[in-house]
Design a protein around this ligand. Structure first.
Ligand SMILES: C[C@@H](C(=O)O)C(=O)SCCNC(=O)CCNC(=O)[C@H](O)C(C)(C)COP(=O)(O)OP(=O)(O)OC[C@H]1O[C@@H](n2cnc3c(N)ncnc32)[C@H](O)[C@@H]1OP(=O)(O)O
Length: 166
């Protein structure tokens, strides 16, 4: 039994070393796990309409139509900024992660950043090999209809981080 555990631990460590070596020595700097552009910064809000009015009227921004995503427990609106977006998040349903966030951040606030990656599975593998916790085992489909995964804020300098496949 002990031998089996040692063998497994050993092979896992060897695998992680090989993976990190592969990432570091990839011939091009464009490894498919590498992060690219900032897709959006997400802001949790108590009142979506009020937030939309602020961005549209007070700041003159172009704002998308609200999109309900019950599987994520949110209603989202995108504020278009040219080369990136602000994603407004309002809680939807009783178990929304945004409700919990708003309990401790009563006026709303910055909720997460979303970074683009070329290959989500490769990016997850890379993050995991450095001990970063992925919040789901498999990618899910996000607000843009593309695979996404969230990384634990405690492993990302206190910033909840979403990776989205381009
Ligand atoms: C549609 C999609 C898309 O864009 O494509 C979306 O946006 S969906 C957007 C909504 N979906 C998600 O957020 C999914 C990923 N989020 C989660 O799995 C969860 O919300 C967690 C981030 C793991 C937090 O979980 P939970 O609320 O149960 O834990 P908790 O409240 O006890 O918090 C644990 C610790 O993490 C901190 N914490 C919680 N939320 C945080 C956040 N957004 N940013 C930074 N830190 C955060 C808390 O302050 C606490 O720190 P202390 O221990 O120091 O007090």
């Amino acid at each position: 039994m002990l031998r089996l555990i040692c063998t497994n631990l050993c092979s896992k460590n060897v695998y992680l070393k090989v993976l990190r070596y592969d990432i570091r020595n990839f011939s091009s700097s464009e490894h498919p796990s590498k992060i690219g552009a900032l897709n959006h910064v997400a802001v949790a809000v108590n009142n979506l309409q009020k937030a939309v009015d602020y961005y549209r009227e007070a700041l003159g921004a172009t704002v998308s139509e609200p999109q309900k995503l019950p599987e994520h427990g949110v209603t989202v609106v995108f504020v278009r900024l040219g080369n990136t977006n602000i994603e407004l998040l309002e809680p939807l349903g009783s178990s929304s992660p945004i409700s919990k966030f708003l309990e401790t951040n009563k006026s709303g606030g910055l909720h997460h950043i979303c970074l683009e990656v070329e290959n989500i599975n490769s990016a997850m593998q890379r993050a995991k090999s450095y001990g970063i916790r992925c919040l789901t085992e498999e990618p899910r489909i996000g607000a843009h209809g593309k695979p996404v995964v969230f990384l634990h804020p405690k492993d990302c300098n206190g910033v909840l981080t979403e990776l989205e496949q381009k």
